[in-house]
Design a protein around this ligand. Structure first.
Ligand SMILES: [Zn+2]
Ligand SMILES: [Zn+2]
Length: 134
């Protein structure tokens, strides 16, 4: 199977979407939010009904709140979905896309901007005389 690529759809989170996301309860003490203002779809670039990006940790220990949107549609929706958690090896943290997502898990597709950023970081570490973590 040839590796796929990450969906390139991005979205800017609406103010009312942030507000709505804040009202969702959480069982966790430290709620984690995305640090990005422009979110990129987490799904592989195959046919999918809606784009989805991680927004914050969810209402259950096993779920995350995803921002869902469609091309050309201004509406944004929130979905509290269980995570895929498929692992590449037993020590891995697992796939953070929602369960039963279309396409490959995040560690099996290629995200060109991420690859480029990682390569650049490796180069920087080399120039500083540090070795990248293995
Ligand atoms: Zn997408
Ligand atoms: Zn997955």
């Amino acid at each position: 199977m040839t590796p796929g690529y990450r969906c390139t759809a991005t979205v800017e989170v609406h103010a009312d979407t942030w507000d709505a996301a804040k009202t969702i309860a959480s069982p966790r003490d430290n709620l984690l939010w995305t640090s990005d203002t422009i979110l990129q779809c987490l799904i592989e670039d195959v046919d999918h009904d809606f784009h989805a990006a991680f927004l914050r940790t969810g209402a259950r220990e096993t779920s995350d709140v995803f921002l869902c949107w469609q091309d050309g549609v201004p509406d944004q929706a929130l979905a509290d979905l269980d995570c895929c958690l498929d692992r590449r090896d037993p020590m891995d943290i697992g796939c953070t896309i929602f369960r039963y997502h279309p396409g490959l898990c995040e560690w099996r597709y290629i995200d060109p901007p991420h690859v480029a950023a990682t390569a650049q970081a490796d180069q920087l570490l080399k120039e500083l005389g540090l070795s990248p973590p293995t």
